[in-house]
Design a binder for this molecule. Sequence first.
Ligand code: NAG
Ligand code: NAG
Length: 133
Amino acid sequence: MAKTPFLTTLLLMMTIETVRACFLEPTIDVFVVRNISSDSIPLTVHCFSGNDDLGNHTLYGNEYFHWSFCLNVIPNTKFFCHVWWGSKTQQFVAYDQKAFLNRPMNGWLARDDGIYLTHKYKFQNSVKVFDWE
Ligand SMILES: *[C@@H]1O[C@H](CO)[C@@H](O)[C@H](O)[C@H]1NC(C)=O
Ligand SMILES: *[C@@H]1O[C@H](CO)[C@@H](O)[C@H](O)[C@H]1NC(C)=O
C-alpha cells in the first residue's frame, strides 16, 4: 500500500512529461490520400517506422489515411509507406526528421500518374515525386 502514492506520482509525472514534449515539439501530420480519378480499384496503404507498424489500410474514392505524432528529442523519427493500386506499386519515405521531409505537414497524394508531395494542408501546390512502378 505504501508504494501506491509513489507509483501514482511517477505515472503522473510521466504523463505530464509526455504532454510537455508534445507541447514544445511540433506535432507532425502525415497523410496518404487516394487522389485517383474515379475507378473501383482501391488503394492499399501500409506505413511503418522502426517502432510502429500502422497496418494495411484500404482506401476508396478520395479517402485518406492519416497519422500524427510528437517528435522525439533524438532526431531519429522516420516513417516509410508502401502503396498498391491494382498492379501498380510504390514505396517511399513518408517522413524523415533528419531530411527535407521534416515539416509539420507531409501530404502524399496517390494519383493516376504517380505520387505527389505537398507540405500544405488542403493539399495545394503538390509536386510529383515518383512514378508508379
Ligand atoms: C484530388 O485532390 C484535390 C484536392 O483535394 C481535389 O480537389 C480533387 O478533386 C482530387 N481529384 C481526384 C481525382 O481525386
Ligand atoms: C498488405 O497489402 C498488400 C497489398 O495488397 C499485401 O501484399 C500484404 O500481404 C498485406 N499485408 C498484410 C499484413 O495484410
